[in-house]
Write a protein that binds this ligand. Structure first.
Ligand code: ATP
Length: 327
């Protein structure tokens, strides 16, 4: 069932359109992530959906009714849509419990479920100025959830968090979808945060959606270098290597550039049908090694789990045609 429908939405700031002609539909329980470089219009889009910024043109429909913007409503916002800003603030000098009771539309039992999901049950007697950034964020999230929204908009929920708090926040976001059955739309510029979570990813650049697809599609078949770069390291194969790649790996080039993720190269023991290179550098990256491999005048980045490769080694690389992206 369609919950949210964004139809040809534009937003102008000064003389510039910062959101241009955005249309998409989000079904109930569908997890959508918006990725894009800083300034690409992600937050502006989210704020328009939340009814906090007025679209210059176009319309947003929630449960088939138009979401009114701040110029059309005395109290901006939509009661069933919650927006967690990157710049949320908690009222100071309150106990967490008091703060959470203010917005509370639900029973004690329901509230306790939310506190558990947000991992804040142990913080309820603290004052709001005695909390870390990550704890404050989870309390702000719980506060939004106690208002029983149907759609939760999360603006960069994982930025500025260390790894343990980031992992905790990811578990919170997963539980919000899985246990509370609240539909989430999430904005992030970090691929690691969204690839494993989203059902669909929309890539934004200069206010427009330039690619929409499953995490696998945007990662493996980016439409251009911008999308390729957003989702991690990639090799753009230079013109001088294209013919060799085409012949060795049976790839049809058709005048397009090709990009290959570092983990898609396999180091093989045979030379026939493989690309020869020399290892310039071996970088230890924890769970894998990243190699800089010289092939003629080009340097390729290759990820491997093999431990016995040393700088100066000659190696052979194999690439499967289905692991090639065309940009
Ligand atoms: N109130 C405003 N007045 C003028 N320009 C604005 C305003 N709000 C946003 N912009 C501009 O609109 C563009 C998009 O901003 P937005 O915050 O939506 O991008 P973003 O993708 O969310 O970036 P970030 O990841 O850094 O938050 C930017 O160039 C920004 O400077």
């Amino acid at each position: 069932m369609s919950l949210l429908h964004v139809s040809e939405v534009y937003r102008k700031e000064g003389n510039n359109f910062v959101v241009k002609n955005i249309s998409f539909t989000q079904n109930q329980f569908q997890k959508i992530a918006v990725a894009g470089e800083t300034g690409s219009g992600k937050s502006t889009l989210l704020k328009m959906i939340a009814g906090l910024v007025q679209p210059t043109s176009g319309a947003i429909y929630f449960e088939n009714k138009r979401v009114l913007g701040p110029e059309e409503k005395l109290l901006p916002g939509h009661q069933a849509i919650a927006y967690l800003s990157q710049h949320f603030e908690l009222r100071s000098n309150y106990k967490v419990r008091e703060l959470l009771l203010m917005a509370n539309k639900i029973t004690d039992e329901e509230a306790n479920i939310i506190y558990n999901i947000c991992r804040i049950s142990h913080l309820l007697n603290r004052k709001t100025d005695q909390l870390s950034g990550g704890e404050k964020q989870r309390i702000a999230m719980a506060s939004l959830l106690t208002a029983a929204p149907k759609l939760l908009l999360l603006d960069e929920p994982f930025s500025n968090l260390d790894t343990p708090h980031k992992n905790m926040m990811k578990a919170v976001v997963r539980d919000i979808s899985d246990i509370l059955n609240i539909t989430c739309l999430l904005v992030s510029h970090d691929p690691v945060d969204i690839l494993s979570w989203a059902d669909e990813i929309m890539v934004m650049k200069d206010g427009q959606i330039i690619q929409k697809g499953t995490p696998q599609q945007v990662y493996k078949q980016p439409v251009n270098e911008y999308t390729a770069a957003l989702f991690g390291t990639y090799n753009l194969i230079s013109v001088s290597l294209l013919n060799e790649f085409a012949t060795l790996f049976d790839i049809s080039i058709n005048g397009r550039d090709i990009c290959v993720r570092p983990e898609n190269f396999t180091i093989v023991s045979y030379s026939e049908g493989a690309l020869k290179g020399k290892v310039n550098k071996v970088l230890f990256c924890g769970s894998y090694y990243e190699l800089e491999v010289q092939v003629h005048r080009d340097v390729l980045t290759v990820k491997t789990h093999l431990r016995d490769i040393k700088e100066g080694d000659s190696i052979y690389l194999y690439l499967s045609p289905e692991d090639v992206g065309y940009v």
